[in-house]
Ligand binder design. Structure first.
Ligand code: ADP
Ligand code: MG
Ligand code: MG
Length: 943
C-alpha cells in the first residue's frame, strides 16, 4: 500500500469533482468545523480535538482528513485520492499557517506538523503516526536560527527521519538503532540524552545515507511530498496486519477507515522547561480516583513516555510517593531525580488538573489524556474515553452515579458485559502467595493473577497455548506485533515500560493480567532466560504474576475465588433493576448450582443428567445396564412376537439373567440420581430446575481404548471380548444423528422411568423444589407424546406412593430443525420450549461441531459467517429457525415459556437477540451468568 512517490499535482478534472464532498475539516481555537458528534467521519481523535478546541482548551490547530477519504483511498487508489483532496488540503494548510504564524516547508518560522491516525473506535498504537513533518535541511537551518537551540532541532529531525523512514518508507527500526548506537558507541555514551547537537547532526547524516542505501532514493525533503506520503501511509496503516488483528479481537466492524489528523507540532523536547505526558482522570486499573494518574517526561517527545526508553515520572506528589515506595526509591532520590509534575511545574500542573476535571465532566466518563508542555506552555493533544479493566469500568460507572455525573441506566450501559468475565476469575490465594518466592516487583499494569510457563515470543506463546499449555509471555517490552501471543497468554511480563506502555494498555483492554516495567529483570531472547540477581529461569519454567500488585513469583501460586461485593454488586443490582428477561444457568452438580446462584442465576435452565452418570461407582452401574440393554430389548421384542409356548419358555429363561442385571443396575442408579437431585433442589432454594433426560449416545459411557476395556472387564467380571463386542455394536458412523436423545428413552423406557422417578421423589423430599422435565432431541411431536405418557405415569405412581401432589412441567428442547418447523404441533404437548442452540446450529447449518473447526475459521475470516456460529448465534439462519419455532409455538400457546440453553445463552449478542424475540430466559454456564444479566439489562435499555 505504500507509495513509492506521489509527486505530480492532481489532474484538474478530478480536483474539480472534489468540490462536491467535503473531505477536510479544520480545528483550532474558535475555528473548529467538527465536533464530538462527528466521530464516525472525523475519527475519535479528530472529533475530540475539534471539540476540545471548541471548549477553549489549548489545542494546537490542525485539520482532519475524513474517514470517507480513507474509504476512497481504498476504492480509487492513492493517486486519485490525493487529486481529490488536494485543493482542500492546500486550503487547510493556508489556514493553519495563518493560525500559527508559521510557514509550511520554509523559513524563517517553519511550520512542522504531525500526521496522526485516528479511527472512530480507538485502536491505541495500532496505526501509524509521524511527528515533526516538514523538516528538511532548509527548515532545520531556519529553526536553529529562530530557537538558538540546535540540539533540539537536530533531535527533532532525527526523530522525524526515523519515524517517517519506518512508517512511510518501511525501513526497519533496528536499522536506525544501529546507526544511533554507532554514534553513541564512538562517543562512549550510554544514554540518548548525552548526545550533543553535533552528534545528532551526525546521526541525521547517517540516517539519510542509510535510507538512501536501503531504499535507493533520497529521503524526501519537499514538505508537501512528505505530507502526501505521510497521509497515504496513515491511510495504509488502517489495513496493516496488527490493525486488522486488533479489530478482529475487539470486534470492531463497519467502519470506513481511519481519519488523518494533520496538526501543528508543539515541542516537549525543546528543553528543560518542556515535557510530554499521558494521564488518566481515574486509575484505569482499579477505577480509583484518589489522585490524578499519569506519567510524564521532561524534555521528551510524544512516544517517549509509552516507549519505555526512559523511566517516566508521576503527575502528582501523592502518586509519585506511591511509585517511589513500590520501587524502594528514597524520598530524597525521588525528589531529585523523579519529581512529580506537581513539584516540577506547579503552575502547569494546576492548569492541567483543572482541564482534567473539565474534560471528565464534559464527557461524563474517565478520560485518557495526552499533553505536551512547550517552554512552560501547556497543550492538549488528545482526549478519549480511557480503556480500562473490568474492575475499573465497574468502579467508575458506579462512582459516576454516586457523583451524580451519570444516571443508573447510563452506568449499566457503560460496562461491557463480556468484560465482566475478568472479575469472576480467581485471584491468588493469600496463604499461597505469602509463601511463594517473590522474584521482583514491577508495575501492576493490569490486574488479576496468572500462573504459567515462560515463553519469550508471541509465536511460541501461540504454539504452546494451542497445545493446551498455560504460558506467561515475557518480553523486554511488547509491540503491536505481539498481540496474538498476548491474547493467548495467561499473563504478560515486561522488563521495560510504564503503566501506559503498550503491554499495559493492551493487556488491560484484553482483561489480561500484566506486570510491566520490571527493571530488575534481565530478559535474554538469545539464551531464552530471565535473570534477576542470582536467579535464572528458562523457557518452560513456571512463573506467577500478580497484576494487581506487580509481584512476580517463581513457580506456581494457588488461586482463589474473587469477591462479588462492592461496585460489582451495585452494577449487578442495577442490571437486575432494568432487566426484564430471566437468567438461568446450566449446571449439573450442587456445587456448580451454588456458584451460579451466587452469580445471580434464577434457576437452572439445563441440568444434564448424564454428567451424573460419570462419577465413581455410578459409571459401573450404568455400564452394567448398557451391557445388557440391547439384549433385553431384543429378547423382549422376540418374546412379544412369539406364540409358541415352548419357544417362549426358552426365551424367558434366556431373558432372566440379563433382565435381572438391567433392573438391578437401574435400581442402583435410582437412589444416586435422587440424591443428586435433592442436592441440586436444595442449592436452588425454590428456584426452578429444568432437568434434561438422558441425551448422549450410550457408547460415550464405554471405554473406547483397550486398556479401559480390560479394566472394565475386570470390574464387571466378564470377558473383555464381550465388552469389545458391545462397544462395537454401539458404534455409530454419525453418532450426533444417531441413537441418542429421546430415542434412548423410547428404546429403553425403564431409563426414562428411573430418571423421572428420581426427580419426582427428590421433589417430594425437598420443600419448594420446582423441577421441570425436559425431553431432548425431539423432532416429531409423537416422540414427545410417548415420553410424556411415560413421565406422567411415573409421576402419578410417585404421587400415590408418597401421598403428594407434584407440580412438574414437562417440556422439550427445540434443537432439531423438524421440531422448529412443526413447533405448533409440539407446543400442544409441551409446557415449555428450551432452544438447544448447539445442536440446532449443527443441524441447521450442517456443521458438525466435532469437525467444523477445519473450515469454520476460514468461513469467518472470509465473511461467509460474521462469527463462529457456535459462539454467537447465527441470527440470519439459525435465528430464523428459532423465530419460526417461537411464532408457531406461541400461536398455539400464547404464554408458552421459552428459553435458550445452548452455549449461546451467555453471549451478549445472542442474549439481545433472545430478548428481542420475547424469550422468558436465557441459560448459560455459571461464570457467564453475570454477563448474561448485564447483557439482558442492556438489551432492555436499548429498546
Ligand atoms: P497514537 O494513536 O499512537 O497515540 P498519536 O497520533 O496520538 O498516536 O501520536 C503519538 C504521540 O505523538 C502522542 O504522544 C501524541 O501526543 C504526540 N503528538 C501527536 N501530535 C503531536 C503534535 N502536533 N505535537 C506534539 N506531539 C504530538
Ligand atoms: Mg494518542
Ligand atoms: Mg442437544
Amino acid at each position: 500500500m505504500r507509495a513509492k512517490s506521489v509527486k505530480k499535482a492532481a489532474p484538474a478534472k478530478a480536483a474539480a469533482k472534489a468540490k462536491q464532498a467535503k473531505y477536510v475539516y479544520f480545528f483550532g481555537a474558535k475555528q473548529s468545523e467538527g465536533d464530538v458528534s462527528m466521530k464516525a467521519l472525523l475519527g475519535g481523535k479528530g472529533a475530540n480535538l475539534a471539540d476540545m478546541a471548541g471548549l477553549g482548551l489549548p489545542v494546537p490547530p490542525g485539520f482532519t482528513i475524513t474517514t470517507e477519504a480513507c474509504a476512497k483511498y481504498y476504492e480509487i487508489g492513492e493517486k486519485a485520492l490525493h487529486a481529490l483532496i488536494r485543493a482542500e488540503v492546500l486550503d487547510a494548510l493556508k489556514r493553519l499557517e495563518k493560525a500559527t504564524g508559521k510557514t509550511f516547508g520554509k523559513g524563517p518560522n517553519p511550520l512542522l506538523v504531525s500526521v496522526r491516525s485516528g479511527a472512530a473506535a480507538s485502536m491505541p498504537g495500532m496505526m501509524d503516526t509521524v511527528l515533526n513533518l516538514g523538516l528538511n535541511p532548509d527548515t532545520v537551518e531556519a529553526m536553529i536560527t529562530r530557537t538558538g537551540n540546535p540540539r533540539f532541532v537536530w533531535d527533532s529531525y532525527r526523530r522525524f527521519i526515523q519515524m517517517f523512514g519506518n512508517v512511510v518508507l518501511g525501513v526497519e527500526h533496528h536499522q536506525f538503532e544501529h546507526e544511533l548506537d554507532a554514534v553513541k558507541h564512538a562517543k562512549g555514551y550510554t544514554l540518548d540524552t548525552e548526545l550533543m547537537a553535533e552528534d545528532l547532526q551526525e546521526v541525521v547524516a547517517r540516517y539519510r545515507k542509510m535510507v538512501k542505501a536501503v531504499k535507493g532514493c533520497d529521503f524526501p525533503t519537499d514538505a508537501m511530498e512528505q505530507l502526501t506520503l505521510g497521509v497515504s501511509a496513515v491511510f495504509g496503516s488502517w489495513n496493516n496486519p496488527r490493525a486488522i488483528k486488533y479489530r478482529e479481537l475487539n470486534d470492531i466492524r463497519g467502519l470506513l477507515g481511519t481519519a488523518v489528523n494533520v496538526q501543528a507540532m508543539v515541542f516537549g523536547n525543546s528543553g528543560g522547561n518542556s515535557a510530554t505526558g499521558v494521564a488518566f482522570t481515574r486509575d484505569p486499573s482499579t477505577g480509583e480516583h484518589k489522585y490524578f494518574y499519569g506519567e510524564y517526561l521532561i524534555n521528551a517527545q510524544g512516544e517517549d513516555v509509552v516507549a519505555g526508553i526512559r523511566t517516566p515520572q508521576q503527575i502528582t506528589v501523592k502518586g509519585s510517593r506511591e511509585w517511589a515506595k513500590a520501587r524502594s526509591v528514597t524520598e530524597a532520590v525521588r525528589k531529585a531525580q523523579y519529581p512529580s509534575l506537581e513539584e516540577a511545574m506547579p503552575k502547569v500542573f494546576k492548569q492541567l488538573d483543572a482541564i482534567r476535571v473539565k474534560l471528565e465532566r464534559h464527557y461524563r466518563d474517565m478520560q485518557d489524556l495526552e499533553f505536551t508542555i512547550e517552554d512552560g506552555t501547556l497543550y492538549m493533544l488528545q482526549t478519549r474515553n480511557g480503556k480500562r479493566t473490568a474492575a475499573a469500568a465497574v468502579k467508575i460507572a458506579t462512582d459516576l452515579v454516586k457523583e451524580k455525573i451519570i444516571d443508573e441506566k447510563t452506568a449499566v450501559m457503560r460496562v461491557e458485559p463480556s468484560q465482566l468475565d475478568q472479575l469472576l476469575h480467581p485471584v491468588f490465594a493469600k496463604a499461597s502467595e505469602a509463601k511463594a518466592k517473590k522474584i521482583t516487583v514491577g508495575l501492576p499494569a493490569s490486574p488479576g493473577a496468572a500462573t504459567g510457563q515462560i515463553v519469550f515470543n508471541a509465536a511460541t506463546a501461540e504454539l504452546w497455548a494451542k497445545a493446551g499449555k498455560k504460558v506467561v509471555l515475557c518480553r523486554v517490552e511488547t509491540s503491536p506485533e505481539d498481540i496474538g501471543g498476548m491474547n493467548v497468554a495467561a499473563g504478560i511480563l515486561t522488563a521495560r515500560g510504564g503503566m501506559t506502555s503498550h503491554a499495559a494498555v493492551v493487556a488491560r483492554g484484553m482483561g489480561k493480567c500484566c506486570v510491566s516495567g520490571c527493571g530488575e529483570l534481565h530478559i535474554s531472547y538469545d539464551k531464552k532466560t530471565i535473570s534477576c540477581n542470582k536467579l535464572v529461569l528458562a523457557e518452560g519454567d513456571w512463573i506467577s504474576l500478580n497484576g494487581s500488585t506487580g509481584a512476580v513469583y517463581e513457580g506456581q501460586v494457588d488461586t482463589q475465588d474473587p469477591k462479588l461485593t462492592g461496585p460489582f454488586a451495585m452494577i449487578m443490582a442495577l442490571a437486575d433493576k432494568y432487566r426484564k428477561m430471566g437468567v438461568r444457568t446450566n449446571a449439573d452438580t450442587p456445587r456448580d448450582t451454588a456458584k451460579a446462584v451466587e452469580f445471580g442465576a434464577e434457576g437452572i435452565g439445563l441440568c444434564r443428567t448424564e454428567h451424573m452418570f460419570f462419577e465413581g461407582e455410578r459409571v459401573t452401574s450404568f455400564r452394567r445396564m448398557i451391557l445388557v440393554a440391547e439384549t433385553v430389548k431384543c429378547l423382549r421384542l422376540s418374546l412379544a412376537a412369539c406364540t409358541d409356548a415352548e419357544e417362549r419358555a426358552s426365551l424367558e429363561s434366556e431373558l432372566a439373567a440379563p433382565l435381572k442385571q438391567y433392573n438391578q443396575a437401574l435400581k442402583e442408579l435410582l437412589p444416586l440420581q435422587r440424591k443428586d437431585f435433592i442436592g441440586m433442589f436444595k442449592a436452588l432454594k425454590g428456584r426452578p430446575c429444568t432437568v434434561r433426560l438422558l441425551d448422549p449416545p450410550l457408547h460415550e459411557f464405554l471405554p473406547q481404548d483397550a486398556a479401559g476395556q480390560a479394566e472394565m472387564a475386570r470390574v464387571m467380571e466378564v470377558d473383555v471380548a464381550h465388552i469389545r463386542d458391545v462397544v462395537e455394536s454401539l458404534h455409530e458412523a454419525n453418532p450426533m444423528l444417531g441413537h441418542r436423545g429421546c430415542r434412548l428413552g423410547i428404546s429403553y423406557p425403564e431409563v426414562t422411568e428411573m430418571q423421572v422417578r428420581a426427580i419426582c421423589e427428590a421433589a417430594a423430599a425437598v420443600k419448594g423444589a420446582q423441577p421441570e422435565i425436559m425431553v431432548p432431541l425431539v423432532g416429531n411431536v409423537k416422540e414427545l407424546a410417548a415420553q410424556k405418557t411415560l413421565i406422567l405415569k411415573t409421576m402419578a405412581e410417585v404421587e400415590k406412593a408418597k401421598k403428594v401432589k407434584l407440580q412438574i412441567k414437562i417440556g422439550t428442547m427445540i434443537e432439531v430443525p423438524r421440531a422448529a418447523v412443526t413447533a405448533d404441533q409440539i407446543a400442544a404437548e409441551a409446557d415449555f420450549f428450551s432452544f438447544g442452540t448447539n445442536d440446532l446450529t449443527q443441524m441447521t447449518c450442517a456443521f458438525s461441531r466435532d469437525d467444523a473447526g477445519k473450515f469454520l475459521g476460514e468461513y469467518v475470516s472470509r465473511g461467509f459467517y460474521d462469527y463462529d456460529p457456535f459462539q454467537v448465534l447465527d441470527q440470519e439462519g439459525v435465528g430464523r429457525m428459532v423465530e419460526i419455532a417461537m411464532t408457531y409455538g406461541r400461536s398455539v400457546k400464547p404464554n408458552l415459556k421459552v428459553g435458550v440453553c445452548g452455549e449461546h445463552g451467555g453471549d451478549p449478542k445472542t442474549v439481545a437477540f433472545c430478548y428481542k424475540l420475547g424469550f422468558n430466559y436465557v441459560s448459560c454456564s455459571p461464570y457467564r451468568v453475570p454477563i448474561a444479566r448485564l447483557a439482558a439489562a442492556q438489551a432492555a435499555l436499548k429498546q
